[in-house]
Ligand binder design. Sequence first.
Ligand code: SIN
Length: 292
Amino acid sequence: MKPRSSNKLLPIAVLAGLSWILPENLHLAQVLPLMARPSQPEGDYDCWQTARIDPNIAPEEFSRVRTIFGYGSLIFRPGFPYKRMYPASVTGFIRRFWQRSCDHRGTPENPGRVVALLRADSIGKLDLGEVEVVGEVAKDDIVFGMAYEVDEADWPSVIEALDVRERHGYTRTLAKLSPLKRDVDNAEAVDPGLGTAVVYFAHEPENSAAYTGPEVIETTAAVIANAKGPSGPNDAYLFSLVDALESHGLPPDRYLTSLSAAGAEVPPPGHVGRVIATTFESREVLRERYKA
Ligand code: SIN
């Protein structure tokens, strides 16, 4: 999906109209600087003011839920108060770095990549091209992450903040949580609170300019190696996620492991032009630099 182009004829039409209505003693050249505003390319990538709400979920269904499911940065940097957290999974989704990031791990000029959940049943509608051969895309439709139970009093402000944090192309929905298999085997450990959680996902990705479309992992790895945004380097996001899955005892994710490996193969940036970010530094270096 290409970014949407802005309407280039509109300013010309506005200027033509303006020259007719300006008072005689005010020249167009005096007005133009006042009209000059920075372009807003964020919008071209569907980086909205806040996340959208799934139109298929009734407001009263949302109002019963006090749990958030994190599968990306929310695993390694939740950033909100919670009463407790526990490992969980959602079924029927795949997790891919096919979401652009203009506001966290990239910029509108050089978008990075972050993970988004895609409904596995939407995969059939997407043109997978080369990826179908490479990625066995629809087979890994269980996504492991962390569930966070939030106190009633904190809930409104947590959701408000998350809606802003996940504004780049995400839609807030509800998903059923499942326990990890090892917890099912050990009935004592199954969390009695497991139920439904709020999750931010890529709704109708085929219509989203935040969505890159399916990519082979080498392409994604190259973008991640060279992007950096207000929340830090893009490769630190990937490594932190892989590390966090491990440290929380969650099953490894084959796709993320392959992507990390592909990242290690990305050649370092040359010295021509501006160096945007360091490339896939070792985990130890990144851990040291970005430790919480
Ligand atoms: C996100 O919450 O989507 C990204 C946050 C981060 O990059 O740390």
